[in-house]
Design a binder for this molecule. Structure first.
Ligand code: ADP
Ligand code: TRP
Length: 333
């Protein structure tokens, strides 16, 4: 890749655990794609991270293709950006090990994902992959000398831990070997709500998948939970999930019109849901066909992934030479 060294690098990953949902799309996928215009973009399917929970090899492969097709359908330009599989970069677990040797257990015990599992009493069944998740993620980021990391707000803690690990490594070995990255969170979509009003998340089963066929999309939108106000009652737009989701697609005038409808009464949640469906359908329908076309061409997707891995290889080799020399492990070049 012939990029000027002055161009900063944007790096992010998403697990191969099935179809992305609206939170993934608005919080991470689209912001990441938009950064390709101003940054050198490196994005990957986090299949090693997915292994903490996925036990079905077919699902692993299919999800990898789904995520790759999403990025391509929504406009990632692989002439400029690299898109690849995490597991193709075989040095990632090596750097993760190096980082784990400067990372305190205490910090990992504070990670939200681990804490949540422990608080739910699942401590005995948490695998080591879940406990070490932030270390693997730090390796993912630091191995590419990343400048910015586009993510949803739930990943901020992991990026802070990444910075912490980079500082500890640099201090332990006495030099600026690893670059400190910054999280890049798009404000209005930092936490997209799901159909039950909680954060949209696969683990809550409250997702809306953006590329669902229209009938299914409409059905899903109609199942968004609302309060029990009748059609005639005035309603509060600011506590309503339908309104919150509508605000992510509508323009200012449309949003103001819906706000007035809520406040005025005589406007039911069914009307609001229909309006949300129409906005989302109009937004996503142009991408559905392209997504299906890409999914039907697995060889093409594999070629894109292989090319992506090749493109990032020189950066990885550079960083690994630095950290290997720093630690006294033999360098391979
Ligand atoms: P999930 O919580 O459904 O398992 P992931 O952890 O795989 O989602 O998230 C992948 C990316 O999407 C991350 O960058 C994450 O911050 C972002 N993301 C996930 N859920 C949301 C949401 N509800 N709102 C905004 N961003 C989100
Ligand atoms: N942990 C992220 C998630 O659950 C996925 C991920 C893995 C990631 N490695 C990364 C995100 C590196 C950004 C950078 O969504």
């Amino acid at each position: 890749m012939t990029q000027s060294p002055k161009i900063k690098r944007s790096l992010s990953g998403i697990k191969s655990t099935g179809f992305p949902h609206l939170g993934n799309y608005l919080g991470m996928i689209q912001p990441a794609i938009d950064l390709q215009d101003d940054y050198e973009a490196f994005y990957f399917v986090a299949d090693l991270h997915a292994l903490t929970s996925v036990r079905d090899p077919k699902l692993m492969l299919e999800s990898t293709h789904i995520i790759t097709s999403y990025f391509l359908a929504f406009g990632l330009d692989v002439e400029r950006a690299a898109f690849f599989r995490q597991s193709d970069i075989v040095d990632v677990p090596t750097l993760a090990w190096m980082l784990s040797c400067v990372t305190h257990m205490g910090m990992l015990e504070r990670a939200h994902s681990y804490k949540a599992a422990r608080d739910e009493g699942r401590e005995k069944s948490i695998n080591h992959g879940v406990f070490g998740y932030p270390v693997l993620m730090a390796s993912d980021i630091l191995i590419y000398d990343a400048d910015v990391v586009p993510v949803g707000s739930d990943q901020i803690q992991h990026i802070e831990m990444t910075r912490d690990m980079a500082v500890r490594f640099n201090q332990a070995f006495g030099g600026e070997f690893l670059k400190l990255p910054e999280a890049r969170v798009r404000e209005n979509v930092a936490t997209v709500p799901g159909i039950d009003g909680r954060k949209m998340s696969k683990s809550y089963g409250n997702e809306i998948q953006p590329l669902l066929p229209p009938k299914k999309l409409r059905k899903r939108i109609m199942s968004i939970e609302t309060d029990s106000k009748t059609m005639e009652d005035p309603k509060d737009p600011d506590t309503c999930t339908v309104f919150a989701l509508y605000s992510l697609f509508a323009d200012a005038a449309e949003l103001e019109a819906m706000r007035q409808n809520y406040l005025g009464g005589g406007y039911g949640y069914g009307h609001a849901k229909q309006a949300l469906f129409e906005q989302m359908d109009a937004h996503f329908s142009p991408y559905r066909e392209e997504f299906e076309r890409l999914m039907a061409a697995p060889d093409h997707l594999e070629a894109v992934l292989a090319r992506g891995a090749e493109r990032v290889a020189p950066v990885v080799s550079d960083v690994m030479s630095r950290v290997r020399a720093a630690t006294g492990l033999p360098t391979r070049r």
